[in-house]
Design a protein around this ligand. Structure first.
Ligand SMILES: [Zn+2]
Length: 262
């Protein structure tokens, strides 16, 4: 029998019986782990707290056949504040869904674990940070960490510094375009024939500065920036489209989050 002691965050739960559920743990050392939680939905289960959504615990897991099961659990945190606010809860569900998208079984991914924990912690406890800033920064940082890092150093074609002017993010090519190069591209029939290449979003200087910050900031500081409202709205559009176009699908949890915000 295989045994494993590991810190894990519950990022998904599926009821499989009256008191049973399958839970998905996000871990730094082994990516995503699916755990069979027999009886854990029962109030009497001593693992009930550790097996609920957003719970972060040290688990002792054992595996006989396909699934791991909980042999012991030491509860650490469950980001309780998320449960008192429908918007925060909806955002947290989306963050976990998006993290799950990249977590692979048995593959170490410490940056993903740290990003998810930091974002959840901010959503639960940092009331002074607007939720939209958490969402946008998480989306962009997630894309960057998971292999879709754009080159934000200057125009991706002519090399011009675009820090002080409106530019364009060429999403699928992961590069910036200055005004001149964008116009040239838009008159190039070969470029226009490629549907995926045409996802172009305007980026203002403050938004570009925020994107660079999110890309380069130390993990714990990635939310330490501020934008005026119209700029934040533009950043939201840029980050969402950047992530979703690279993943190539949306999330029902994101649609739900947007619905409860309005
Ligand atoms: Zn250019």
């Amino acid at each position: 029998m295989e045994e494993l002691e590991i810190d894990g965050l519950v990022v998904r739960e599926t009821a499989t019986g009256e008191a049973d559920k399958l839970i998905t743990l996000l871990t730094a050392e082994r990516g995503r782990i699916t755990v069979s939680g027999k009886g854990v939905s029962s109030m009497r289960s001593k693992y009930a707290a550790s097996a609920q959504m957003f719970a972060y615990s040290t688990f002792l897991l054992r595996r006989r056949t396909k699934y791991w099961y909980i042999a012991d659990a030491f509860f650490i945190d469950n980001f309780m504040e998320l449960r008192y606010d429908v918007e925060r809860l909806a955002l947290a569900n989306y963050l976990c869904d998006a993290a799950c998208e990249f977590a692979q079984e048995e593959i170490e991914n410490e940056p993903l674990m740290r990003l998810t924990l930091n974002a959840l912690w901010a959503a639960a406890n940092k009331k002074e940070i607007p939720l939209e800033r958490i969402r946008a920064a998480f989306e962009f940082r997630l894309a960057v960490q998971e292999g879709f890092m754009p080159d934000l150093s200057g125009c991706g074609i002519c090399g011009r510094d675009v820090s002080g002017e409106d530019s364009t993010l060429d999403v699928m090519n992961g590069r910036l375009l200055c005004k001149k190069c964008r116009t040239l591209l838009e008159n190039d029939p070969e470029y226009l024939a490629d549907e995926t290449a045409k996802i172009l979003i305007r980026v203002s200087p403050p938004v570009l500065a925020a994107l660079r910050f999110i890309e380069e900031a130390p993990q714990k500081k990635f939310l330490s920036f501020a934008l005026e409202r119209p700029e934040q709205s533009l950043l939201n559009v840029v980050c969402e489209r950047y992530l979703l176009n690279h993943i190539e699908h949306g999330f029902s949890s994101l649609e739900y989050y947007k619905k409860v915000r309005t």
